[in-house]
Design a protein around this ligand. Structure first.
Ligand code: SF4
Length: 76
């Protein structure tokens, strides 16, 4: 009987060099983004924010060395 395929997360997590992660404070998160509505905790584009919020990214990076970077983030 073949081994069942592992379920894949629906969102891509990018590897980030640990030196870069510790050296640079880049605006990776929804909290840094122009499109993040803090009062309603949502993205004005309608994207799911849980993958890109700072706390999730930090936790993910500490566990795997990867986190989800939003391709639609904008900063002023
Ligand atoms: S565009 Fe991306 S980073 Fe910006 S609020 Fe929406 S999901 Fe978050």
């Amino acid at each position: 009987m073949p081994t069942p395929k592992r379920p894949q997360p629906s969102i891509r997590h990018d590897a980030v060099n640990p030196t870069d992660y510790n050296k640079y404070r880049l605006p990776w998160s929804c909290e840094d983004c122009t499109h993040y509505d803090r009062t309603e905790d949502r993205c004005t584009f309608g994207y799911v924010v849980k993958w890109h919020k700072r706390a999730y990214q930090k936790h993910s990076y500490e566990l795997s060395g990867k986190f989800a970077v939003c391709r639609f983030q904008e900063i002023d």
